[in-house]
Design a protein around this ligand. Structure first.
Ligand SMILES: *[C@@H]1O[C@H](CO)[C@@H](O)[C@H](O)[C@H]1NC(C)=O
Ligand SMILES: *[C@@H]1O[C@H](CO)[C@@H](O)[C@H](O)[C@H]1NC(C)=O
Ligand SMILES: *[C@@H]1O[C@H](CO)[C@@H](O)[C@H](O)[C@H]1NC(C)=O
Length: 171
């Protein structure tokens, strides 16, 4: 009897905590990257929740400042195999206006259902003004080409002088 109660409780507990998947999109979803300096692209809620309004909660982990975007879209219908032939688009949601180089946690809230919470970092950008404008900042290839050209020019001028000298002595 004790076992049965435990099992029933266990099943109930799992259902009550059922959270749907949420992830950053990646190459397997048809996008090169979903992480940018001021935005992140996340997957959509499962189409079993089609037609429901979606809220997105996110929090800047460093400052604990959190934000809920209300009714950002409704979950699209499931795409049948027949539609798949015609439709070949990436489905995701781009969370914009994020701070650069910052760690966020994100979660979807759809009615009573919630997604798992994920954490993701926006990329840090290097400001152009901090890039050293001096010689070390330039590409090595560029410097090598410049040196080779001036050496070639020097040899050409020497050859010209030598040939002029020989021509005048030949006359
Ligand atoms: C949504 O929540 C209900 C229970 O509240 C659950 O039965 C259902 O599986 C959940 N749907 C998804 C897609 O997680
Ligand atoms: C969201 O921020 C408010 C203050 O703006 C705070 O009271 C609340 O605990 C935060 N919620 C979460 C889940 O961090
Ligand atoms: C995300 O940012 C946090 C804090 O800025 C850092 O501790 C963590 O290592 C970063 N994670 C990745 C995967 O870069």
């Amino acid at each position: 009897m004790k076992n049965i109660i435990l099992i029933v409780f266990g099943v109930f507990f799992t259902i009550a905590n059922a959270q749907f998947q949420l992830k950053l999109l990646g190459p397997s979803d048809g996008v090169v990257t979903s992480v940018f300096s001021d935005s992140l692209i996340v997957s959509l809620p499962p189409c079993s929740l089609a037609g429901k309004n979606v809220d997105l909660w996110y929090k800047n982990i460093a400052t604990s400042k959190n934000n809920t975007l209300k009714n950002i879209f409704t979950v699209p219908k499931c795409i049948s195999k027949r539609d798949l032939v015609q439709i070949n688009q990436v489905q995701g949601y781009q969370v914009t206006n994020l701070k650069t180089g910052t760690q966020y946690s994100l979660q979807y809230i759809v009615d009573t259902n919630r997604s798992i919470v994920i954490t993701a970092n926006t990329t840090a950008v290097t400001s152009y003004s901090t890039i050293n404008d001096g010689l070390p900042g330039r590409s090595a290839a560029m410097i090598v080409i410049t040196v080779l050209l001036s050496v070639a020019m020097f040899i050409l001028i020497v050859a010209l002088i030598v040939s002029l000298f020989f021509r005048s002595t030949a006359d």
